[in-house]
Design a protein around this ligand. Sequence first.
Ligand code: HEM
Length: 170
Amino acid sequence: MIVAANIADFQGLADWLSATSLSVVLQTVTWAIPSLQSVHILALGALMGAAWLLGLRLVGMKVSALAPGPLASRLLPWIWTGLALLALSGGLLIVAEPGELLSNSVMQLKLLMLLVAIGATVAIARLVSVPDAAGARHTPQARPAVRALAVLSLALWVAIAFAGRLIAYV
Ligand code: HEM
């Protein structure tokens, strides 16, 4: 039922998008799509590097001498910048090929997982420096809730990357 509803809705949006001059330019300029895919992969590298370093430190691995709070404030800007570049390059890839991508069930699942991963990252950013019961802000170990969120976000980033690669095969 969901698939039927989506295709109908997305088909209208896809037709509208593919008729826009931006979509026509992206479809006709030979280097446009490969350049967007390259930016997507580079941004993915920045996001994954920072997200994994932070996630592994939050679950207790000594990947950095910094405590979770200070490490988070160093790495979160890389995560948000990577996400912004992924959204821009990915969004333009959708504008270039809206028919194939908007009704692609793996693309839809990827965007759903992305919303949850962004939610988990916002929660981590909020919780990681909250003082503990003794008032200490930068404790050497993250609290259990932050560790659980870190495990969830690590798993989601990997699942999203797999989904991203799988899109072309579904
Ligand atoms: C932020 C919003 C995002 C949008 C709108 C988006 C959209 C897209 C689109 C349209 C494609 C091309 C699919 C194809 O034609 O085969 C793609 C590919 C891909 N995406 Fe994303 N994406 C986003 C975020 C991410 C994130 C966060 C990751 C990983 C954590 C990711 C990983 C990938 C991968 C691995 C590919 C395959 C690249 C290739 O082999 O060319 N994407 N994405």
